[in-house]
Design a protein around this ligand. Sequence first.
Ligand code: PMP
Ligand code: GLN
Length: 383
Amino acid sequence: PSSRIDGFGTTIFAEMSALAARTGAVNLGQGFPDTSGPPELLERARAAIASGDNQYAPGLGTPELRAAIVRHQARHHGVELDADTQVVVTTGATEAIAAAVLGLVDAGDEVVVIEPFYDSYVAMIRMAGAVPVPVTLRAPDFRLPVEDLQAVIGPRTRAIMVNTPHNPTGAVLSDEELTALAELAERHDLTVISDEVYEHLTFDGVRHRPVATVPGLADRTVTISSAGKSFSVTGWKIGWATGPAHLVEAVMAAKQWLSYTSGTPFQGAVAWALDHADDFVADLARQLQDQRDRLCDGLEAVGFGVIRPQATYFATTDIRPLGFDDGLDFCRRLPELAGVVAVPHQVLHLDPEPGRPFVRWAFCKRPEVIDEALTRLRRLSPA
Ligand code: PMP
Ligand code: GLN
């Protein structure tokens, strides 16, 4: 094996899903819904395959999907993009992240990551030969610590990766945080890679504000999203990156040597959904909010310290009130203790210490699945 992959091991999401499969535990670990997207979306992919739409799409993505991404960004966010130079379709947001890092960061550069993080960021920064520099979000509110951010930026800092709404904490960057980010990015001439896959999955009237809409950030930000989250088709792996032409061109230059092009029959279907499935997405966000409350109320009743998220698929708990202190150890034992699987925050940190007592639970699951998990978890409650 190459030194590039030293210490990579297996992603926590694969480890925990395998643990759930092996033990029959209820899987509230890996974030994927247990229901599929809108029926017409599914039917359109089937029809595309049946009609022979099965060969390579253009590298940038089909013109139809790129045009739909442009309309979607204009309608929801007021962002104007050119479909031929400012949009590239990718094999999930994961490939967009990989291509953005490979296309925009040099070996030896420092890249700021906000921890806890979606784990592919740091893996990709390392594969690019660059150096991840963490800024830690702290419980219970997980707000962006602007002074810490300022303190880690130095002459070698090339880029900052942000994620709003944020996995795993569910925090949504506020206008004040975004303004501070813009000020630092401009002052230090940084590229911003902004992962916004949960753009529509916000609760309680909280609105996601795209990073690229903040004055000063449009020209330096690559924005990443994915059909998987908005339309509950995480297995389709259709994502995209948008931004100024000079950055998107660099993402495309890297993407062409990763996957070359992304799943053709899904692209037309996703284009349809971007134009026509706003009601599905709004219903999904409402359902997720109800499921969040169902899960969070139940976890509180079990005795966890619960941090109720503003967005995403995930809630966080502090496990200390139940007498545990190490999330990784807790999650590895949880199938045997209670027949449930969850994900520890600490493996989503470079410095595991601040994440140690926190555990993430996915609520993108049917109410009966959440209830079954909660019934099992009551075994952890003090008698
Ligand atoms: N970013 C974040 C924050 C995520 O939670 C996910 C979920 N898998 C991804 C990126 C990857 O998205 P995709 O499945 O489209 O590659
Ligand atoms: N985004 C999902 C999660 O955070 C799935 C991640 C994955 O399987 N790579 O759980």
